[in-house]
Design a protein around this ligand. Structure first.
Ligand code: KIV
Ligand code: NA
Length: 264
């Protein structure tokens, strides 16, 4: 199979074919989403609050995210594997960002990295791209900055729309090959998508972006409870696992498993 490359994504934008992205943090989800033809697999720092038990994305470390990224990279045949750079691993300087990104490329075999932030991140993106590391930018609501942004809020409403548009332009100019837009008004995200030559990937950013991303535990219902407005649930993995676990427990307690056919 032909691997998804940055130029394929740009060609998809040019011919109006939407780009699909899902998060993945381990081998079987990665292999399954890859088999489904998902174009990009994001090993998100959302693993912090979807795999590791934290309540935000802030605590996850590079050392925690690298083995997950490697598992995904080794399991995907076609999809582009995007490694999220964790909070604090790239904001100090372009050099810090470069050294962190190199770890994801060498130790985890990621194909590119993603980092959060607006125009202020341009020097980091330039450093990485010049050093051979493709970069996905991430603007709008950026979860690593939830404490400065004042919680989960739509970004780019009203007069702040101009700032987010300027950010998008600056990140493209700096060398990003794609940009994730999170919780941005649909019309603003649409304008940015039409203006930029690089693909935009939306989450809570309406349907005029060039692609879409969701966290898989949200999209397929492993996580239960209150869900963001931008989530659509396509499966009920929680229910399937719950039913399976209960049936297994019933069989073991009742003595019907293992049966003779499972025994030596
Ligand atoms: O970590 C993540 O899952 C993300 C997506 C929501 C874009 O950054
Ligand atoms: Na993330």
């Amino acid at each position: 199979v032909r691997k998804v490359r940055t130029h394929h994504l740009r060609e998809m934008k040019e011919r109006g074919e939407k780009i699909t992205m899902l998060t993945a943090y381990d081998m079987y989800t990665a292999a399954t989403f890859d088999e489904a033809g998902i174009d990009m697999l994001l090993v998100g720092d959302s693993a912090s609050n979807n795999v590791l038990g934290n309540d935000t994305s802030l605590p996850i470390t590079v050392d925690e995210l690298i083995p997950m990224t490697r598992a995904v990279a080794m399991s995907a045949k076609r999809a582009m594997v995007v490694a999220d750079l964790p909070f604090g691993s790239y904001q100090a300087s372009p050099e810090q960002g470069y050294l962190t990104a190199v770890r994801f490329m060498k130790e985890a075999r990621a194909h590119c990295v993603k980092l959060e932030g607006g125009a202020e991140m341009a020097p980091v993106i330039t450093k990485l791209t010049q050093g051979g590391i493709p970069v996905v930018a991430h603007i709008g609501f950026t979860p690593q900055s939830e404490h400065t942004l004042g919680g989960y809020r739509v970004q780019g409403r009203g007069e702040t729309a101009d700032r987010i548009k300027a950010d998008a332009r600056a990140l493209q100019e700096a060398g990003a090959f794609a940009v994730v837009m999170e919780m941005v008004p649909a019309d603003v995200a649409g304008e940015i998508s039409r203006e930029l030559t690089i693909p935009t990937i939306g989450i809570g950013a309406g349907n005029q972006c060039d692609g879409q991303v969701l966290v898989w535990q949200d999209a397929f219902g492993l996580r239960t409870g209150r869900m963001a407005k931008f989530v659509k649930q396509y499966a009920d993995v929680h229910q399937a696992l719950l039913d399976g676990a209960k049936a297994y427990a019933d069989d073991v307690k009742g003595g019907s498993f293992p049966g003779p056919e499972h025994s030596f």
